[in-house]
Design a protein around this ligand. Structure first.
Ligand SMILES: *[C@@H]1O[C@H](CO)[C@@H](O)[C@H](O)[C@H]1NC(C)=O
Ligand SMILES: *[C@@H]1O[C@H](CO)[C@@H](O)[C@H](O)[C@H]1NC(C)=O
Ligand SMILES: *[C@@H]1O[C@H](CO)[C@@H](O)[C@H](O)[C@H]1NC(C)=O
Length: 201
């Protein structure tokens, strides 16, 4: 835990720099996966799963419980069209402290499946928006499928649910296909991810 605290101290300074423009924050919401082919999977809530010191993946299994682990926020700016921002999650630590962590993509050279991970670092932050039906889309500005490659604003949905391996944990997690092809991980199932407002009684 001491290691975590030191790490967080360093990182907090960084966060306040790079995410400065994402000053608006939404109310807490759940992230729910929808599958057109798998009724068991469809409707499952994503939950932050411990995957290392201050590091969490987004699991469908182990399952979610009504807790801080499945409450997410959108830190965004309305000064771009569409709105642009990051998904954040509050990591509790030292009993009563909170660290707001951004959702990032972790890449491995062996695979075209990127792993969404909450980590106390700005590196590889994922910039996202929501469409009018509250589906989560990733913003991209590159098209390299044509020659010459160039600028092309895109809002992509290449979400998957796969068995993933990260930090020595094997979980069933949210994942993302890099590029327009199929994920090489045979356990992957294509899904959409929807924001659902939390109504507390
Ligand atoms: C549906 O998804 C669940 C959870 O990921 C998985 O265990 C099951 O094998 C899937 N079923 C089919 C038919 O793909
Ligand atoms: C925050 O939201 C308000 C109300 O929608 C808007 O007027 C303001 O420009 C937003 N600020 C940023 C930085 O997006
Ligand atoms: C998200 O916004 C909240 C409220 O403005 C802020 O306290 C927090 O540090 C932000 N998180 C990140 C990762 O930028």
């Amino acid at each position: 835990m001491q290691f975590t605290a030191i790490l967080l101290g360093t990182i907090t300074t960084l966060s306040s720099l790079a995410s400065a423009q994402y000053t608006n924050r939404s109310h807490a919401f759940n992230l729910v996966v929808e599958s057109s082919t798998n009724k068991t999977l469809s409707g499952t809530r994503l939950t932050a799963c411990h995957s290392g010191a201050a590091i969490e993946t987004l699991c469908t299994y182990p399952a979610a419980s009504d807790s801080i682990s499945d409450e997410f926020y959108y830190n965004y700016t309305t000064q771009s069209k569409p709105t642009s921002g990051i998904i954040t999650w509050n990591l509790p630590y030292n009993g009563n402290q909170i660290e707001s962590e951004p959702l990032t993509f972790q890449y491995d050279p062996s695979t075209n499946v990127a792993l969404p991970v909450f980590i106390p670092s700005e590196d590889n932050e994922v910039f996202v928006t929501f469409d009018k039906n509250n589906y989560l889309l990733v913003l991209s500005y590159l098209d390299d499928t044509k020659t010459p490659p160039g600028y092309k604003p895109q809002q992509l949905s290449r979400w998957q649910v796969c068995q993933t391996y990260y930090g020595s944990y094997t979980y069933t997690t949210l994942a993302w296909t890099l590029g327009s092809g199929k994920p090489q991980n045979p356990s992957c199932q294509a899904v959409k991810v929807k924001r659902v407002a939390i109504t507390k009684s």
